[in-house]
Design a protein around this ligand. Structure first.
Ligand code: UD1
Length: 422
């Protein structure tokens, strides 16, 4: 298995191109199941998760062609040849559970394995299932599979979510596009990825209002058609690369970066001392060299501070001039990076959902283990300033969500390389 070697080597300077968003493209791919016409996606990132979801979709009969070196995906679900998404495929990627809503809406039947994904918490799917039941589906759980049926089609309904779940909002919204009548999702997720999915569905002929707010109204239509949709920039990749110069020093322009995609995070970065400027081509982050101020954060649904940037923010706070508190409210087991950062000399104490991070003058390179996607990258970020060499093992997690991170970071001056595993 590959590993990444990174050495603390001073400031980073230059430009990094932000890829299309992983969490958007995965949901847009699932939407292809709603129509018998082609859905073409552009600005697609090249990530392992896309291959995994492609396997799931192909197993259902969706044909997928990669064009322009993988930057464009042409999906064609002319006919659904299977209604079952198998355990062996779904367990690798939680987002593949989002085939459930579209498949059920289009075919009246869907059998989908209960999902897997990063080991960051229980990650139940009760809200997904409740939403589909409200739309008139019959749901049974058998042998680790969800069997959902609606032989006479789905019917519009009111769906109040007990929590603004991203995945449940998206599964409900896609299913409701082909339901008869009006669906209103209350306490809906407001994440940019959810809004981007709505924009794609609208381009396919869906009638959706309010995406990006906490109330989404969907007027069901008989049929959706093909479309071409560009994937929005990846705000989590962007946030990760904003932290890099704060840890290592320097100034990096993120091409395609957009402040509106990360409002709370941007504010916390400024509190920590970063200088952020919107430029003609994106967003520039400069470390003024006055040290990192300690900043407390609490993860929340959008527009709050994203849980997917908590690990990276912790890596930055490890070098802050003082004590910061990081509260994780979205996932119950999302501090797995803390023990690995301790191995590099950090001072972090975790109690329940709160990590207390006391900044240290220096950290040292070490062998560390990537435990989930965002945890992996936090170790690389810390390694940019640690003395000596850090070896991050088990980087397959990283490849799920970051496109050749070593190339992007070395282009701005980092000493980082991938070592091919046996
Ligand atoms: C999505 C993102 C993930 C991000 C998360 C929160 C994708 C592919 N992944 O994950 O990167 O960290 O949003 O921003 O888009 N929950 C339930 N029951 C449900 C659904 C969720 O209890 O039916 C709980 C989960 O266990 C978790 C919380 O709600 O504790 C948030 O989950 P959710 O917003 O659904 O996240 P995902 O869609 O899985």
């Amino acid at each position: 298995m590959d590993s990444i070697l990174v050495k603390g080597n001073g400031a980073l300077n230059g430009q990094i191109l932000i890829a299309g968003a992983k969490n958007t493209v995965l949901k847009l791919m699932c939407a292809a199941l709603l129509t018998d016409e082609p859905l073409t996606l552009t600005n697609v990132p090249r990530l392992a998760d896309i291959g995994t979801l492609s396997d799931v979709l192909e197993s259902l009969g969706c044909e997928i062609a990669q064009l322009s070196n993988g930057r464009v995906l042409a999906l064609n679900a002319t006919e659904l040849t299977s209604h079952k998404a198998d355990y062996d495929l779904v367990r690798k990627l939680r987002a593949s559970f989002n085939v459930l809503g579209p498949m059920l809406a289009r075919a009246g039947e869907a059998i989908v394995s209960m999902p897997g994904g990063c080991a960051i918490g229980a990650r139940a799917v009760d809200m997904h299932l409740d939403a589909l039941e409200r739309l008139g589906a019959t749901i049974e759980l058998k042998d680790g599979y969800v069997h959902a049926t609606a032989p006479n089609g789905l019917k519009g309904a009111e769906i109040p979510l007990r929590f603004a779940s991203v995945g449940a909002t998206e599964n409900a919204m896609t299913a409701a596009c082909l339901a008869k009548g009006t669906t209103v999702i209350k306490n809906a997720a407001r994440e940019p990825d959810t809004k981007a999915l709505a924009d794609c569905l609208i381009a396919m002929g869906a009638q959706i209002e309010g995406a990006g707010t906490d109330t989404i109204t969907i007027q069901g239509v008989e049929k959706l058609h093909g479309a071409t949709q560009a994937v929005i920039p990846d705000r989590i990749e962007m946030g990760t690369f904003m932290i890099a110069p704060m840890i290592a020093g320097g100034s990096v322009e993120l091409l395609g970066g957009r402040m509106d995609l990360i409002p709370s995070f941007a504010q916390k970065m400024e509190e920590a001392g970063a200088i952020l400027e919107e430029t003609k081509h994106g967003l520039k982050v400069t470390n003024p060299g006055n040290g990192i101020k300690p900043v407390n954060v609490t993860t929340e649904p959008f527009p709050g501070f994203p849980t997917d940037l908590q690990a990276q923010f912790m890596a930055m706070m490890c070098f802050a001039d003082g004590v910061s508190f990081l509260n994780e409210t979205i996932f119950e087991n999302r501090f797995m990076h803390a023990p690995e950062l301790l191995r590099m000399g950090a001072n972090v104490e975790v109690q329940g959902g709160t990590a207390t991070v006391t900044g240290v003058e220096k950290m040292n390179g070490a062998q560390v283990m990537a435990t989930d996607l965002r945890a992996s990258v936090s170790l690389i970020l810390a390694g940019l300033r640690a003395e000596g060499e850090t070896q991050v093992n088990r980087v397959y997690h990283l490849d799920r969500g970051y496109e050749r991170i070593e190339q992007k970071l070395s282009a701005v001056g980092a000493t980082i390389e991938r070592v091919q595993g046996s």
